[in-house]
Write a protein that binds this ligand. Structure first.
Ligand SMILES: Nc1ncnc2c1ncn2[C@@H]1O[C@H](COP(=O)(O)OP(=O)(O)O)[C@@H](O)[C@H]1O
Ligand SMILES: [Mg+2]
Length: 491
């Protein structure tokens, strides 16, 4: 077949790239993602207003790039979005660095250091427009270079964006000036505290903006004693493990003024209800019910955390700005039923001010329901089987029921959120080594499910097993081999 290679002319492509619909907050978050992907522990952002213009500088102490890596990074579309990403990686389309920067301003300069060696590149869209070719400068202009600090240590990256036409709203009715510049910076500050709250809470990275350390914004008020917290549920949606956990925030009468205001976020309580969708712990989308329900005032205490791995990008249609997702239909059905339940609790609390028992209330001594036990694999929470209430229940029921209860409790224990956080990564394709205890547990659980007619065939049983946090480390073929060996029957 005859072909001809065409060179897209630069000017219209620039316009398209600049109009992807980022706002300042989502653009900056996309750049911070890159620093986090580069394993930075310290990220410093600086916004400077210089009359009608300004500069944005982002410094990180991450892995930096050598000359070749930087050249690729500056390409428009530097990575195939279909390529497998590292687990936990926040990058997606190989576009963010350029598209996010160009949505703010016309010039992007990158100075980076990798293993002690510096490299630099600079895109200036004025120049690209003028020559209508993608000409990339291999040196940063002096007036910008002066603003960029030297990189301490062996590696790190400094990004400078200037000629901030878009950020400043140049040529529009909303051109900003010094005071509104800093109001805008304040909003970005809040946005980052929000989007990266989970990542900051892990304590591995510190983010600093114009001299202020970001303070993670916890949408779930986890530390408040009156917050209700559901168990983590693991859904297997089209091969991806999706974690779902609901929270119902306390009634306003349980909060002091400051707590009330902070929990209301920047949009207010009503607009902060609903799903909070995280991709590798980075918040992508929040503040609605994804079209499933209305944002009622009475459901405003309900917030549901959904955790996606980056392998779910296609299935959930994560967009280029990493600010929108569309859940697959089978996820919607599951989420809808969880939401109905949580919205009802919110309603009850909202209208009747009933508050569930304090979720983190613990009793000393043998009244603890959970106890921490040290084991070979590290610490684990175990259920206190000597709890007086449990002992009383055990006394009143027959052997058969007691056995069922024990199996159930075992699963509650193994599925405890505290116990599954560091679950091993599942290795596919090979049959794994399994301890006798684990094998026994799989068999016990499976026979119970088939006896109770929860599942009717092997396929359904496997689907059920694979979503159990208790069997987190086991892959499908291993589970299958255990079932076949044990000859589980499905009557
Ligand atoms: N701050 C940084 N430190 C080190 N490498 C970076 C940094 N920013 C960008 N990169 C490199 O540039 C590449 C392109 O970035 P980007 O355009 O945001 O696409 P993506 O993040 O989707 O890969 C990244 O994959 C990474 O290799
Ligand atoms: Mg990126």
């Amino acid at each position: 077949m005859n072909i001809v290679v065409t060179q897209p002319s630069a000017t219209p492509v620039i316009q398209a790239l600049r109009s992807l619909g980022y706002n300042a907050g989502t653009a900056i978050a996309d750049l911070v993602d890159n620093s986090i992907d580069a394993k930075a522990t310290k990220i410093t952002l600086e916004f400077k207003c210089l009359g009608n213009d300004g500069t944005i500088i982002i410094v990180d102490n991450g892995s930096g790039m050598n000359e070749d890596m930087l050249q690729i990074a500056m390409n428009i579309g530097s990575k195939d979005p279909r390529a497998n990403r590292q687990p936990r990686e926040l990058g997606r389309f190989g576009m963010g660095l350029k598209t996010a920067s160009f949505s703010l301003g016309k010039r992007l300069s990158v100075l980076t250091k990798h293993k002690g060696v510096y490299a630099q590149r600079c895109w200036d869209l004025d120049h690209v427009s003028q020559c209508n070719e993608w000409q990339l400068f291999t040196e940063i202009p002096d007036e910008v270079r002066e603003l960029m600090i030297e990189i301490e240590g062996e590696s790190g990256t400094v990004i400078c964006i200037d000629k901030l036409d878009r950020f400043m709203g140049a040529g529009t009715a909303n051109t900003i000036h010094e005071s509104s510049f800093f109001t805008k910076v304040r909003r970005i500050h809040n946005h980052l505290e929000f989007v990266f709250h989970s990542i900051i809470e892990f304590g591995k990275v510190q983010i600093n903006l114009n001299g202020n350390v970001l303070d993670p914004w916890d949408p779930f008020m986890i530390k408040h004693p009156s917050t209700l917290e559901g168990e983590t549920q693991v859904l297997n949606i089209n091969g991806n493990r999706i974690k779902v956990k609901y929270y119902v925030l306390p009634h306003a009468s349980f909060l002091n003024e400051q707590e009330y205001k902070r929990a209301g976020g920047h949009r207010g309580w009503r607009d902060h209800q609903g799903f909070y969708i995280y991709r590798e712990n980075r918040l992508l989308h929040y503040g609605d019910w994804l079209g499933m329900f209305q944002k009622d005032t009475s459901s405003q205490l309900a917030r549901i955390r959904i955790d996606l791995p980056n392998t779910a990008d296609d299935d959930w249609q994560v967009d280029i700005k990493k600010s929108a997702v569309i859940p697959p239909d089978n996820a919607k059905t599951r989420l809808e039923s969880i939401s109905k339940f949580v919205r009802k609790i919110s309603r009850d609390i909202f209208y009747f001010r009933t508050q569930g028992s304090h979720s983190n209330q613990t009793f000393k001594g043998s009244l603890n329901t959970w106890e921490l036990s040290g084991s070979d694999e590290g610490q684990q929470f175990i259920l206190n089987r000597n709890h007086p209430v449990l002992s009383e229940i055990q006394k009143r029921i027959d052997d058969e029921t007691s056995k069922l209860l024990n199996i159930y409790l075992k699963f509650v224990q193994l599925g405890s959120p505290s116990n599954i956080i560091d679950s091993p990564k599942v290795v596919e394709e090979v049959i794994q080594m399994v301890t006798d205890t684990m094998r026994e547990l799989v068999i016990q659980f499976s026979s119970t499910l088939t006896k109770l007619h929860v599942v009717q065939n092997q396929q359904q049983l496997l689907d059920a097993l694979i979503t159990q946090p208790a069997f987190d480390g086991l892959n499908r073929i291993t589970l299958k081999s255990i079932l076949e060996e044990a000859n589980i029957s499905y009557e």
